[in-house]
Structure formats: structure tokens, C-alpha cells
Ligand binder design. Structure first.
Ligand SMILES: N[C@@H](CCC[C@H](N)C(=O)O)C(=O)O
Length: 314
């Protein structure tokens, strides 16, 4: 889903000639990454969409610019609260739109900072970074990264607590509208429960699902099937596909996995565990709930991060 008309992609990419980039992914959710340590390489919506174009550009679900927080107004604002948040993840979706947060992106961003030699983060070490969704703390684990994504919230709180569902979603391949729950992880999500894996594979996500009511700034839509049994060895399990706002169907969505765990735990009630495994087309990510500062429940997202290539835009 690229907003840039095909004929303009080439001229737009020429404005970025000489740009050094890397390509990376977290469970198949892929990104073009650009390091901008001097804060001189702002990338606009059209340029991001051209870079992310899968046929005429490099191709990715999103663009991440790594820039010191002090060079962005939203970064400078965060520095007053978290002076150690030196690096800012400037994230755009494949269509060029800004999003508050990208969970897989945060892991790949920190891995990119390491591979570029911009930070030193030993195994077990932690790093504070800035995002449009606030300050996040990332820990390097043996096999990837774990991110404190902060607190979650219901988007329509009154409806959710009264009925457990707050909206209806229709999608190609589903015969009737399905009830859903909208959850904010800094960015908006609407989680739709399906009964069986055959329904999940039969859902077609070439076109955006219709959500009613839709959250104010649009939404990412997750279709989820809880495992049977739901909990094994104290860990809940769920299979998910996602249609991302500003992108289309992706192989994985970290904030979406967190929202899916929030919704399923809410539906499952008091017995539901705090640790979850979320299976997505591109792999598996972990989600955990824990008591964060100020008595707020926080969500931790964990999973791998990979850099696959680096190059220069010709
Ligand atoms: N893939 C991301 C989410 C990216 C942003 C999303 N499309 C939005 O517009 O909110 C993730 O891993 O969280």
C-alpha cells in the first residue's frame, strides 16, 4: 500500500541519491534504516514511501531514521524527562505516514545502532530511547531484545469494560461482521477474535478491514485465534494475522502482538496468565505483563532483530 504514484517514485528517489541505508527485520516485519547522527537527513513522507515501494524502491513495511533526540522537537521534549534517551526512532509507515510506535521496529532500531557502532550494548545491558510514543527501555537478551512498551489502554474504555467488545469488524472472506476490542499501545489496534485457524487463513487482507466505530486516527487490525488449550506451562498462546494502518498485511506487528495479548487476557478473565507467545506469519514474539512504575501495568515485548544488508542509494 504505497501512496506515491508509480511514475514519481524514480524522481523522488533521485533526491536521496548517495543515501546509506540498511535493511532489517523483526519476525519478517521489515524496515529500511538510515543513520543520521548529525540530524541533517530528515526524510519526508513521499521519500519514505518511495524507499518502501516494493517494486520501484528498496521495499519495506516502514522507514526508520536513527537520529539524536536533540535534533527533533519531539525528541527535545522527551529529553527533559529522560536525559539519557540520546537516540530517537523516527518511524514512518510504508505509505509515508507517521506512527507513534513500532514494537518490532524498536528492536531492529537498537540492533542497527549496535551494528553501525553508534552504541555499545553488552548482553544484558539496557538502553533508553525516544519514540513518538514516549521513552522506551530496551534490554539486549541472549537471542534478541526485550522492550518495555509502557502501559496499555482501552481506546473506548466504557464500552470495553461493560461488554468486553466495543466494535464490529468486517473483512473479505468473513461472512458476518465480528466483534472486536480496541486497545492502544501508544498506537491504535483493534483485535478481532476468530474461532478457528481455518477462519484465519480464509480471511483476505488485500483490502483494509472495515472497523465500526473506527478509532480517531485509524487503526491496525489484528485477527486472533486463541490456542487450545489456551495455556501451556503457564504461558498463553495465540495465532495472529495483522492488517497494519499505513502498510497493509505484514508478517508481524509487535505492538499488535501486545494488543492481541491484552484483548485475549481480558476475554479469558482472572485465570489468564501474564506471559504470552504470539505466533505470527513471520515467527513468534513474547509478550509479558508486569507492574511498572507508578502502579501502572506495563507490557514487555521480546523477539529477534536482524540486519540483512546495507547499501548506498545510487
Ligand atoms: N509493525 C509495527 C507497527 C507499525 C505502525 C503501525 N502500522 C501504525 O500505523 O500504528 C509494530 O511492530 O508494532
Amino acid at each position: 500500500m504505497n501512496a506515491t504514484p508509480a511514475e514519481t517514485t524514480g524522481p523522488i528517489l533521485r533526491t536521496l541519491s548517495g543515501l546509506r541505508f540498511s535493511k532489517g527485520h523483526g519476525t519478517g516485519n521489515d524496515f529500511v534504516l538510515v543513520a543520521d547522527p548529525e540530524g541533517v537527513r530528515a526524510i519526508g513522507a513521499d521519500q519514505a514511501a518511495a524507499l518502501c515501494d516494493r517494486h520501484r524502491g528498496i521495499g519495506a513495511d516502514g522507514l526508520i531514521r536513527a537520529v539524536p533526540s536533540r535534533f527533533l522537537p519531539e525528541g527535545r521534549e522527551l529529553l527533559t524527562e529522560a536525559p539519557d534517551a540520546e537516540w530517537f526512532m523516527d518511524y514512518r509507515n510504508a505509505d509515508g505516514s507517521l506512527s507513534e510506535m513500532c514494537g518490532n521496529g524498536v528492536r531492529v532500531f537498537v540492533h542497527f545502532l549496535r551494528t553501525e557502532g553508534l552504541i555499545d550494548l553488552p548482553d544484558g545491558g539496557s538502553l533508553t530511547i525516544g519514540t513518538r510514543g514516549g521513552v522506551k527501555t530496551v534490554v539486549r537478551t541472549g537471542d534478541g531484545y526485550a522492550v518495555d512498551m509502557g502501559p496499555w489502554e482501552f481506546i473506548f474504555p466504557g464500552e470495553a469494560s461493560a461488554k468486553a467488545m466495543d466494535s464490529l469488524v468486517t473483512a473479505d472472506g468473513l461472512e458476518v461482521a465480528r466483534p472486536a476490542l480496541s486497545v492502544s499501545m501508544g498506537n491504535p489496534h483493534t483485535v478481532v477474535a476468530l474461532a478457528e485457524l481455518s477462519e484465519l487463513t480464509g480471511t483476505r487482507l488485500f483490502t483494509a478491514p472495515k472497523v465500526d466505530p473506527v478509532p480517531a486516527n485509524g487503526t491496525n487490525v489484528e485477527f486472533v485465534v486463541p490456542a487450545e488449550p489456551l495455556v501451556h506451562d503457564g504461558v498463553g498462546s495465540v495465532t495472529m494475522r495483522v492488517h497494519e494502518r499505513g502498510v497493509g498485511e505484514t508478517q508481524s506487528c509487535g505492538t499488535g502482538a501486545c494488543a492481541a495479548a491484552v484483548a485475549i487476557r481480558h476475554w479469558a478473565g482472572a485465570e489468564a496468565p501474564d506471559a504470552w507467545r504470539v505466533h505470527v506469519p513471520g515467527g513468534v514474539v513474547g509478550v509479558k505483563f508486569f507492574a511498572g512504575p507508578g502502579g501502572h501495568e506495563h507490557v514487555e515485548l521480546s523477539g529477534p532483530a536482524v540486519i540483512v544488508a546495507s547499501g548506498t542509494l545510487s
